[in-house]
Design a protein around this ligand. Structure first.
Ligand SMILES: NC(=O)C1=CN([C@@H]2O[C@H](COP(=O)(O)OP(=O)(O)OC[C@H]3O[C@@H](n4cnc5c(N)ncnc54)[C@H](OP(=O)(O)O)[C@@H]3O)[C@@H](O)[C@H]2O)C=CC1
Ligand SMILES: C[C@H](O)[C@@H]1OC(=O)[C@H](O)[C@@H]1O
Length: 253
């Protein structure tokens, strides 16, 4: 198994893409820390999925937008598993809201969870990786939205562009410590984040018709790419981003 003996922290791993990544990393042999902000039942489901195949995981309740809670997340990780080899910045929210209805509070909340959360987790994790002298992997779930706009996502797309940019800058700073920093840019992946949005069959059909591979993505489509970036096969990749969108981005006409 590619990740045997490694310790991975996955933020927002109670549902969706984060859950799929946590399970996949555990299948590859990593000990996984399932971060979640409050939904114990969902986090326990991720953990029991991992335990079913003999994988190792703990769950830690921590809101990534809060520095004390992120400190707690990494303290618990160190207490149980003694180090961190892999961080996946996945936690994120995307309420679909008309531009004229975007409030300052909503703008701040989305930025605090999506972008500041990635900053806090990356800084805590990279200090541990630096001090333990074993290198590491930071993998951030950005989005196709780092490259293109979204009419109902004016408060969200800047956070995804920011995460991609953060990984590029961190690749420079952390390369000398053997820590790679990369982004995954998913296209449209069916999860709870957009379930209501895609309940509208017209919107669903419009979006699927724009995807050359003919379907929305699944969380597993992203999890395999995260496992690759975490593996030794990706040792010379840093500052990069991988678009995983079924061809959506290139389909102009
Ligand atoms: N689905 C898609 O089409 C795409 C998603 N992405 C990105 O992928 C990531 C995962 O999204 P997805 O799986 O679809 O969404 P989900 O809503 O299914 O899952 C989001 C996860 O993030 C957690 N979370 C929310 N707020 C916080 C917080 N403050 N601290 C820690 N964890 C938190 C949620 O926990 P809880 O369950 O307790 O709320 C949940 O586990 C996001 O960053 C999103 O922007 C990018 C491109 C496309
Ligand atoms: C939540 C959206 O469906 C999803 O999020 C993104 O980052 C992409 O823009 C997709 O639209």
């Amino acid at each position: 198994m590619a990740l045997t003996g490694k310790v991975a922290v996955v933020s927002g791993a109670s549902r969706g893409i984060g859950r799929a990544i946590a399970i996949r990393l555990a299948q590859e042999g990593a000990k996984v820390v399932i971060d979640h902000p409050g939904d114990d039942d969902a986090a326990l489901e991720t953990m029991s999925d991992i335990q079913k195949f003999g994988g190792e995981a703990i769950s830690v309740k921590a809101d990534v937008s809060s520095s004390p809670e992120v400190e707690f997340l990494f303290r618990e990780t160190l207490e149980t598993y003694h180090t961190v080899d892999i961080l996946v910045n996945n936690a994120g929210i995307c309420p679909f809201v008309d531009w004229f209805e975007v409030t300052e509070d909503l703008w701040d909340r989305v930025h605090a969870i999506n972008l500041k959360g990635a900053f806090l987790c990356s800084q805590y994790a990279s200090k541990i990786m630096r001090d333990h002298h074993h290198g590491g992997r930071i993998i951030s779930i950005s989005s196709i939205s780092a490259l293109v706009g979204g009419g109902l996502q004016t408060h969200y797309t800047p956070t995804k562009a920011g995460i991609r940019s953060l990984m590029q800058s961190l690749a420079i700073v952390l390369g000398p410590y053997g820590i790679t920093c990369n982004s995954i840019l998913p296209g449209s992946i069916l999860t709870d984040i957009n379930r209501d949005h895609y309940a509208d069959k017209k919107i669903l059909e419009r979006d699927v018709n724009r995807i050359p591979l003919g379907r929305l993505g699944t969380p597993d489509d992203i999890a395999g790419v995260a496992a690759f970036l975490a593996s030794d096969d990706a040792r010379y990749i840093t500052g990069a981003d991988i678009l995983v969108d079924g061809g959506l981005f290139v389909n102009l006409q």
